[in-house]
Design a protein around this ligand. Structure first.
Ligand code: ADE
Length: 257
């Protein structure tokens, strides 16, 4: 990586979304803080701190704040899975956040729906430079690595031909969305919405408040509909880590194939 001072905080909610990364850190050492293990070391050519936040906005916010205050990370990347929230966004596609919103924040009528009280903000923008870098890594993974990284049987089972990459709005809330009606309600309020998950916008708020550049990438595991719980579990078991590992490898290695 060309930034000599980069110290990247890599957060995922669950172990299946980060499997293999820690084994790729030859010099890793672990420090436990607030019931989480922060694994520091060199990931390919990049200084990283890898951690699992667990699910939900509070867990993600506590993890991001600790990465910044205790571990001095300069940038944060959240990787994981999400439910697709648009007809064009299919299982196996990748969504790169440009904006993030907390869809369950509603202090109306005191403040407009979605606005984080006393900040004047509802949408948090991902860092443009970091997002560009991540987008290059995602493209390199899709174009060069995907076919070998994901078993042919899994490509078939999840009907992933060539993953498409989308950029736009991700919404987070303390809710697993598994209903077409609930998703339609969210789409009515947030028509540009591409994906729903449970952590990204909380990390975004913390990073905004601390002035730390961040971005979020999500692989689509399900359609946030009635099939979502089963699709989510199958995708987590078989595929999620392969995407996260492949993209992180492309991002953290200076020398590319
Ligand atoms: N993460 C993955 N799928 C999700 C869904 N349907 N709702 C919330 N978070 C998710």
């Amino acid at each position: 990586m060309p930034t000599p001072t980069l110290k990247l905080g890599l957060i995922s909610a669950m172990a299946q979304e980060q499997a293999g990364l820690i084994d790729s850190m030859p010099d890793s050492h672990t420090i436990s803080r607030g019931m989480r293990d922060y694994v520091q070391g060199t990931l390919w050519d990049t200084q990283c701190v890898c951690v699992l936040s667990r699910l939900g906005k509070v867990a993600a916010a506590a993890t991001a704040a600790t990465l910044i205050e205790r571990f001095g990370v300069t940038h944060i990347l959240f990787t994981g899975v999400a439910g697709g929230a648009d007809r064009r966004v299919r299982v196996g596609d990748i969504v790169i956040a440009e904006q993030l919103v907390q869809h369950d924040m509603d202090a109306s009528p005191l403040f407009p729906r979605f606005q984080i009280p006393l900040t004047g903000l509802s949408h948090f923008a991902a860092d443009a430079a970091l997002t560009e870098r991540v987008a290059l890594a995602v493209s390199a993974f899709v174009e060069n690595d995907f076919r070998l990284a994901i078993d042919a049987a899994d490509q078939e089972q999840f009907r992933i031909r060539r993953p498409r990459v989308h950029r736009g709005l991700i919404a987070s809330g303390d809710e697993f969305i598994d209903s077409r009606i609930r998703l339609a309600e969210l789409k009515l309020a947030l028509p540009d919405l591409l994906a729903v998950e449970m952590e990204g916008a909380a990390v975004a708020q913390v990073c905004f408040e601390f002035g730390v550049p961040f971005t979020v990438i999500r692989t689509i595991s399900d359609g946030a509909n009635e099939d979502a719980p089963i699709d989510f579990i199958a995708f987590m078991e078989r595929v999620a880590a392969r995407y996260a590992f492949g993209i992180a490898r492309r991002l953290c290695r200076t020398a590319q194939d």
